[in-house]
Design a binder for this molecule. Structure first.
Ligand code: AMP
Length: 282
């Protein structure tokens, strides 16, 4: 595996691959890799001849009171994992490379509507940061396909929309959420949990599964959301939201909606955990 830090070095490698008609898959990450990330890389390997992974903790997507400085950075361990996974190229740019005129002055990419709901309502500016960095990375790597986790379902929806609306010639592949054996979705932020909180954390997924069953049994969206929120509070969480939305565009569902997703964000101690469950009604 080759590691490059500059856009020009990255372009040299990927241009040579493209000239020899090799398909390129791309998996952007913030590092501190866990099995969830590795499952995306495995998918990517099945989709293309070459796999590029980026590791960049993007300051633009962190609020001032958020964990940008504390975010775990484990580049040496990550490099070993990526090498073992058969990744071809690792891109680790610094902020001067990603934002040559500074983050504040840079062009921003905003996906209206989708950026201000759900997590966007609790993390103002977050999805502008995500949409901006993903657009930049896609322009740098110019992959045939890019793989993102369904774990961050709102992010995936925003990326699908921005790629369609900016006519970026890339296929977006959504990969299923990787979980620990007890159901907790893998996340770099799980390491903020104390041992006691870690024991409570799988309740988030269980609550969403119960909500799924209730929807399937015909319970109303409003009741499902209220019960799920109460169950999270009873399990020791401080929920930001639990909402049932349309799977395709995250709008509020109507009476005829069949393809749904139940999304939740909830705080447990210092960690803010996300999860979602898709529900396709017959
Ligand atoms: P991050 O490093 O947290 O920015 O995540 C990089 C990519 O990995 C994103 O596309 C995430 O949605 C995805 N990802 C994170 N956690 C998981 C997980 N548990 N299962 C599947 N994909 C994940």
């Amino acid at each position: 595996m080759e590691t490059v830090e500059t856009i020009s070095a990255l372009r040299k490698v990927v241009t040579a691959w493209r000239m020899s008609r090799q398909r390129i898959a791309f998996v952007p990450t913030m590092g501190n890799l866990h099995p969830g990330h590795m499952s995306l890389i495995e998918r990517a390997r099945g989709l293309a001849h070459r796999v590029v992974v980026s590791i960049y903790v993007n300051p633009l997507q962190f609020g001032l009171d958020e964990d940008f400085y504390a975010y775990p950075r484990t580049i040496d361990d990550d490099t070993v994992l990526l090498q073992q996974a058969g990744v071809d190229l690792l891109f680790v740019p610094d902020t001067a490379e990603m934002y040559p005129i500074g983050e504040e002055g840079s062009v921003k990419v905003e996906v209206p509507d989708l950026s201000s709901i759900l997590c966007g309502a609790f993390r103002p500016g977050h999805f502008v940061g995500v949409a901006t960095i993903v657009t930049k990375l896609l322009n740098m790597v110019q992959p045939d396909v890019a793989v993102f986790g369904e774990k961050d379902y709102q992010q995936l929806t925003i990326i699908r929309r921005l790629v369609a609306d900016l006519h970026i010639p890339v296929e977006i592949f959504g990969a299923p959420t990787g979980r620990e054996p007890d159901g907790l979705a893998w996340s770099s932020r799980n390491r903020y949990l104390t041992p006691d909180e870690r024991k409570k954390a799988p309740a988030l997924h269980r609550v969403l599964q119960t909500a799924e069953q209730a929807l399937r049994a015909g319970e109303s969206v409003a009741l499902v959301e209220r019960n799920a929120r109460e169950a999270l509070i009873a399990a020791g969480f401080d929920p930001d939201y639990v909402e049932v939305r349309e799977l395709k565009d995250l709008r509020a569902p109507g009476p005829d909606s069949r393809n749904l997703v139940i999304l939740a964000a909830a705080r447990l101690g210092k960690a803010r955990l996300l999860d979602n469950v898709q529900v396709r009604l017959g």
